[in-house]
Design a protein around this ligand. Sequence first.
Ligand SMILES: Cc1cc2nc3c(=O)[nH]c(=O)nc-3n(C[C@H](O)[C@H](O)[C@H](O)COP(=O)(O)O)c2cc1C
Length: 216
Amino acid sequence: MKNLSNKEVIETLEWRYATKKFDPTKKINEETWSTLEKALVLTPSSYGLQPWKFIIVQDMPLREKLKAASWGQSQVTDCSHHVVFVIKEKLDEAHITKFIEQTAKVRNQDITTLEGYKKMMIGDLVNGPRSEVIAEWAARQAYIALGNFMTTAAVVGVDTCPFEGIDPVKYDEILGLTGTGWKTVCACPAGYRASDDKYAEAKKVRFDMKDLIVHK
Ligand SMILES: Cc1cc2nc3c(=O)[nH]c(=O)nc-3n(C[C@H](O)[C@H](O)[C@H](O)COP(=O)(O)O)c2cc1C
């Protein structure tokens, strides 16, 4: 595997910014988009349980509705692909069983050897005290996917804007999620910056390294 140089890593992270204005004429090609979908799927999650779905919205009438539920932010309709990060509200035994079956299949393992692992996860997340706050837990996993998506996008030269400025309940209604056990957490339009987006040139506002990084 070829690594980026230290300089390239920092340049890539500096290049990424929360894009306020996308160029609506520029679309992400299939190969690049497929890479970004794989980045979403390759995101790590607690126990590996992937309590999420990523809804990719390209349909324009749907995006008009989502824009109205996103404080009217124009990125929703001007971007190439609008990604909605959705989580499972409650983690049930069926989800964990599906994960165990997938593990056994992918790793060609005897499923009975995974019984202890399965019981432990069910005891923790389905029946234990954490089951009370599982939507919060799942939302944290979704944010890891959001970060992974944005960084990977920057590496392949795609612009993004993380979105919390949305009405998740309205998103659920528009996307037909209400009552299904799936809930919207956040979103992320992706595409290419408009040449006149002045935020592209704005200096990054970050606290001093010494205030954020602690060495012990
Ligand atoms: C979780 C999260 C939610 C955000 N929500 C919005 C949003 O709804 N609309 C927007 O334009 N920017 C949004 N931002 C962008 C931030 O304002 C931006 O990332 C921050 O000011 C740092 O700037 P930079 O990303 O350009 O480095 C959000 C950022 C994060 C991480």
